[in-house]
Write a protein that binds this ligand. Structure first.
Ligand SMILES: [Zn+2]
Ligand SMILES: [Zn+2]
Length: 158
């Protein structure tokens, strides 16, 4: 699938919300990276004003792409060209280097959680864990202690 990117003055700029005073601002992941420091924020799919987090998926049936909403607490996600069996374990890879993301922890469902990093340091203390089980994707995106302190949510997608 061809990913056509418009060249625009916004390229590479982290999206920042300049909300009105008094209105609760959505907390948004504005940058995240694979372990090789490739940015996973992509304008393949937008969620409101925000660029989605783009991941390459590999299942037994197909290869495709998943885009997650970067807004904390927003369950939106979009699959592109991806077929899967319910509860199947999928490989979650960086769309740029195509390497599987590193395992971060074990999910309560028994599958592995892989990490996407919220800083270029590729430090597991600054990452979001994503469950490899398809049926679990909604609920098991979790964040580490430091990120949860930052965003004051224990679990990203709860
Ligand atoms: Zn990469
Ligand atoms: Zn799980």
């Amino acid at each position: 699938m061809a990913l056509l990117k418009k060249s625009s003055d916004k390229t590479g700029e982290p999206v920042k919300k300049t909300g009105k005073k008094g209105a609760p601002e959505p907390r948004v992941i504005t940058e995240c990276f694979c372990h090789n420091k490739h940015s996973l924020i992509d304008d393949l799919s937008k969620f409101g004003d925000y660029k989605g987090i783009s991941l390459k998926l590999v299942s037994s049936l197909s290869k495709g792409q998943l885009t997650l909403s970067p807004v904390i607490g927003d369950l939106s996600r979009t699959f592109f060209n991806f077929n899967y069996v319910a509860d199947e374990l999928i490989k979650i890879c960086c769309p740029t280097c195509l390497e599987p993301l590193p395992v971060y922890d074990t999910c309560s469902c028994g599958a592995d959680l892989v990490a996407i990093f919220t800083s270029r340091k590729a430090d597991f203390s600054e990452c979001v864990g994503i469950c490899q089980r398809v049926g679990c994707l909604n609920a098991k995106i979790m964040c580490s202690e430091s990120l949860s302190r930052l965003i004051r949510h224990r679990h990203y997608f709860y």
